[in-house]
Ligand binder design. Structure first.
Ligand SMILES: Cc1ncc(COP(=O)(O)O)c(C=O)c1O
Length: 500
């Protein structure tokens, strides 16, 4: 029987017809590794087996494997086999650069089968293949989650599932979860809501898609912070709105109080500006709400990691500041539980609930109800709050540890002035003359997964700052220490003066 890899290679070999068979096989295998068909640490089939499967000589396979090893794509251990290396010679960030908007147009011509919107989005694609390890920004420590408790509830609910949990959801998600969330959000985030204002989504990405498709049209003016979360920008891009990026300072987004064209939607991260970390001041909150009321706009509040504030009082949500505020609140379990759970939620003004719920059913047909019920029970039994408390302590320690390393080895100037003791990442500020994209790409080659701050800005933004996003939540202090040492070396090699 042929394996999936065998099928893949046979198809690719038919398409790649130049050069010797060994060269063609090498190229097909290399592309399979680069495109993650063969993921890092995957074991390649034994040469004899692969040769038999794709009907070439064993020597052809052995030579292709040797070439892959010589170029750093695989490791061979005598007697144990051949494995895809963990860190590829190609760097993701260099790839991202090649994907820059500057070459988007050229790509659009090549991608002649794609829609213009699809090609346009590809030009900005930024999701990283690296989602775990030092210093992946925004990644929670998924190994610390009490999986045994969650799976016990899940197993119980799955044993004899209710029919309601096995059919499409038309109600905006599990009622039990919506009820638990309403209680939790009122207390933890001062959100003013009832269960019948909550729509469960498969994460914030889906929530942004739903809101932007239902409440804005192609060409409508939509405001977003600059810098901003690339994920939000990309969903808005593919939905065809006219994105206007507004600068951010110590008090959060600086709104245009007299806009020529009023915005339909205003996307903000008020509790912890992404990625810089500032907190939207009370005055700006009031200005934004007044502006939205005046122009019939909706403010979309992304409250992605507000559970993690390590000192001082937690900031309440923008949604809860005034009664009947024109605010759509978005939350996610990606940071508090784990990203692959794919559960998030929207809290919407009462008059919007019915339309958004219906559009959600039409677009996505809701499901995963047993997971949602499990989560409701997990929250009801107090495990969610307990987990957040424990993680807050743990992340607070890791945050303090990293801040201390930066202070001792680089100095205070490298700590961004908007950094607060909160969230899952911080900004390591770099001199404005430095090339943060190049440094991030070189660090990645050394196995250190950082992202360049300048890439979070729109292209022409004049006050674009240089720096690196360092996620500190998902790895132990020991791993932070080792990774920081490698990063320091990399910074020195790029002319950054360190203290030690
Ligand atoms: C600003 C921001 N909002 C939301 C999310 C979470 O998105 P999702 O709920 O789709 O996982 C992220 C993830 O990194 C983020 O950085």
């Amino acid at each position: 029987m042929r394996s999936l890899l065998g099928d893949y290679l046979l198809q690719r070999l038919q398409q790649d017809v130049t050069g010797t068979l060994q060269m063609r096989l090498f190229r097909c295998l290399r592309n399979a590794i680069i495109d993650s068909v063969l993921a890092p640490k995957t074991r390649l089939p034994a040469s004899r087996d692969l040769a038999k499967e794709i009907q070439v000589s064993r020597n052809t396979v052995l030579n292709a494997y040797e070439q892959l090893q010589a170029q750093g794509y695989v490791d061979a251990r005598t007697g144990q086999g051949t494995w895809v290396v963990e860190k590829l010679p190609e760097s993701f960030l260099v790839k991202a650069e090649q994907n820059s908007p500057a070459v988007a147009e050229k790509k659009a011509q090549q991608n002649y089968n794609l829609s213009q919107r699809g090609s346009y989005l590809l030009g900005y694609s930024a999701a990283s293949p690296y989602q775990w390890g030092a210093f992946v920004p925004g990644a929670p420590d998924v190994t610390e989650f009490p999986h045994h408790i969650f799976s016990k509830i899940q197993t119980r609910l799955s044993r004899e599932p209710q029919v309601n949990n096995l059919i499409y959801s038309n109600a905006g998600g599990s009622l039990e979860l919506r009820q638990e969330l309403a209680e939790y959000l009122k207390i933890a985030r001062s959100v003013q809501c009832d269960a019948d204002q909550i729509i469960i989504t498969e994460g914030t990405h889906q929530a942004i898609d739903l809101v932007s498709r239902t409440l804005s049209d192609i060409g409508d003016e939509v405001w977003i912070e600059d810098p901003a979360y690339w994920g939000a920008r990309n969903i808005l891009r593919i939905n065809g709105v006219n994105l206007r990026s507004l600068p951010v300072d110590q008090e959060g987004i600086i709104p245009d109080l007299h806009p020529k064209k009023p915005p339909k939607l205003i996307f903000v991260t008020p509790s912890h500006q992404y990625p810089l970390g500032s907190h939207l001041s009370l005055e700006r909150r009031k200005q934004l709400i007044a502006l939205a009321r005046q122009h019939n706009s909706w403010i979309v509040e992304d409250d992605y990691d507000s559970e993690f504030r390590f000192s001082g009082q937690p900031y309440p949500s923008l949604q809860g500041l005034e009664p009947d505020s024109p605010v759509i609140y978005m939350g996610t379990f990606s940071k508090t539980i784990y990203p692959a759970l794919r559960i998030g939620y929207l809290v919407v003004p009462k008059q919007l609930f019915s339309s958004l719920r219906i559009v959600a059913s039409e677009l996505y047909r809701g499901g995963h109800l047993i997971d949602q019920q499990t989560l409701a029970e997990f929250i009801r039994e107090g495990h969610y709050e307990a987990h957040i408390r424990r993680m807050r302590l743990l992340y607070g320690k890791r945050h303090a540890f990293l801040i201390d390393l930066i202070r001792r080895h680089l100095g205070e100037d490298f700590l961004h002035e908007y950094n607060t003791a909160a969230g899952l990442h911080l900004i390591l500020k770099l001199p404005s003359s430095s090339d943060d994209v190049l440094i991030a790409s070189k660090a990645l080659e050394l196995g250190i997964k950082v992202r360049a701050l300048s890439q979070y800005y729109t292209k022409h933004y004049s006050t674009r700052q240089k720096g690196l996003l360092l996620g500190f939540a998902c790895v132990s202090e020991q791993e932070i220490l080792v990774a920081f040492g490698i990063l320091l070396k990399c910074l020195r090699e790029h002319g950054i003066r360190t203290l030690t």
